[in-house]
Design a protein around this ligand. Structure first.
Ligand code: SIN
Length: 274
């Protein structure tokens, strides 16, 4: 297999590999590439839904997303869909999946089924690089702070009023909040990363939302700096797998009039610590 980094901060494309036929040696190389590059990309993979689940379960148990509609017959696979007549898409602003869970997801694996002729990229940003680029003074200020993350304002009942496309499910399950260090240490690599995101982080523990706004706003602007990001252009059969602890992602919504259909599996992680 060949592993080629796609940007200085994050991402690597892995070629000359068939994900339906991986021996332990190949799997270990892929896992190392995932830790080294935080997002890994494959192209030209044609997996059945059963094979997609088998690949994902090699990494961890599957965390069934309670808000996304599942693929019919496969509750472990969520659909991320935008139809030609729909205007909004899912995941258009920077976020990391499941930070609203006290034990957040390790990774998400997104498999392109149908993509627009142009557009519909997914952008990624590297939270290791974002943390490393902060001044020592701000790193010191952040150490010891925790933030509260929630799904209520995104997937809760308020969302039901605006989800006129009916692509989300189970709004009543958006009850939980979670507390995480603002800077985490990656459980496998030991590297420090910024762990906040504009979608799900509501405030700094012990601060009001208003007091939190300027510091969090600064971190959001900083972490989206172009030099930390990479934009992946999809083809049908492409797969992206990202580490939710140390990356953000967002789905560009620049392809009105075309269908984009992805299958997503989210994988269980461990509790995060500073
Ligand atoms: C997501 O936020 O998981 C969806 C990303 C995408 O559709 O590109």
């Amino acid at each position: 297999m060949n592993i080629n980094p796609v940007s200085p901060s994050l991402g690597a494309t892995i070629t000359d590999i068939d994900l339906t036929n991986l021996d332990d040696g190949a799997f270990n190389q892929i896992r190392q590439a995932f830790w080294d590059h935080s997002v890994i990309f494959f192209r030209g993979q044609y997996l059945t839904s059963e094979q997609f689940i088998t690949f994902a379960e090699r990494w961890s148990t599957i965390n069934v997303n309670r808000f996304f509609k599942p693929l019919e017959g496969f509750p472990k696979i969520a659909e991320v869909r935008k139809e030609p007549d729909q205007r909004s898409n899912i995941g258009s602003s920077w976020h990391t999946d499941h930070s609203y869970d006290q034990i957040p997801a390790m990774a998400s694996v997104l498999y392109a089924q149908e993509v627009p002729p142009i557009g519909g990229d997914t952008m990624f940003s590297c939270m290791y690089a974002a943390y490393d680029a902060l001044s020592d003074g701000l790193k010191e200020t952040l150490s010891g702070l925790n933030t509260v993350h929630s799904s209520r304002h995104v997937f809760g009942n308020r969302r039901g009023e605006t989800d006129d496309d009916n692509r989300l499910d189970n709004q009543d399950a958006a009850q939980q909040d979670a507390l995480h260090p603002i800077v985490i240490r990656h459980p496998d690599t030991g590297r420090k990363a910024l762990y906040v995101n504009g979608n799900f982080t509501t405030h700094i523990e012990g601060w009001t939302a208003e007091e939190s706004r300027s510091l969090l706003g600064y971190l959001y602007e900083h972490a989206a700096r172009p030099e930390f990001t990479y934009s992946f252009q999809w083809e049908a059969g492409s797969i992206a797998m990202w580490d939710n602890r140390v990356t953000w992602h967002r789905a560009l919504n620049d392809y009105h009039g075309h269908r984009r259909l992805m299958h997503r599996i989210t994988l269980d992680g461990v509790a995060l610590s500073a």
